[in-house]
Design a protein around this ligand. Structure first.
Ligand SMILES: Nc1nc2nc(S)n(CCO)c2c(=O)[nH]1
Length: 161
């Protein structure tokens, strides 16, 4: 069994049955023998950023341990997106499911196929609020996550009761 690495994944859906899509993606992650899902954030309904006139998203963040290296983990995330029939018509447009690697250990990488930490995550309340909920003591590039979240006040997200 390879050494386990700690990683955080961001899941989002704003098409079809958003809850079912997220639920199925989580199950596919659980089913992988080299991925252990440790924590799942609350489920958040979030205002779309980037491309305004689309439906609100449902977002969750997962804490996992995995013996997969970053690229094989990324490949599996893409496989899950394909399986859930991701229609990627407009680059920033609606999508069945997004499975993003937010953090992988304390890796920093700028390769265009896999940028770590995820390049836009610290400006996104739909990522930072769920991440803070499950890992309040995290630091991202040395900055305590609570500090980052406080800067993001005001973005519209609400926890699904
Ligand atoms: N609220 C919200 N806005 C988004 N814009 C994009 S692109 N995405 C896809 C994730 O990169 C999202 C999202 O998951 N949630």
């Amino acid at each position: 069994e390879g050494k386990m690495a700690r990683a955080y994944l961001g899941l989002g859906s704003n098409m079809g049955d958003k809850y079912e899509n997220i639920h199925r993606a989580i199950n596919m992650l659980r089913e992988h023998g080299k991925i252990k899902v440790l924590k799942i954030s609350s489920w958040y309904e979030t205002e779309p950023v980037g491309y305004q006139d689309q439906d609100w998203f449902v977002n969750v963040v997962l804490q996992i341990d995995t013996s997969l290296e970053p690229y094989p983990l990324l490949e599996y995330c893409h496989w899950i997106e394909e399986r859930l029939k991701r229609e990627r018509k407009i680059r920033w447009g609606p999508r069945t499911i997004d499975v993003d690697i937010l953090l992988y250990e304390d890796y920093v990488s700028d390769e265009e196929k896999l940028i770590l930490p995820h390049p836009r995550m610290t400006e996104r309340a739909f990522v930072m609020v769920p991440l803070y909920e499950i890992a309040p003591d995290l630091k991202i590039k040395g900055e305590p996550i609570g500090q980052i979240v406080r800067r993001l006040k005001g973005e519209k997200i609400r926890i699904v009761p």
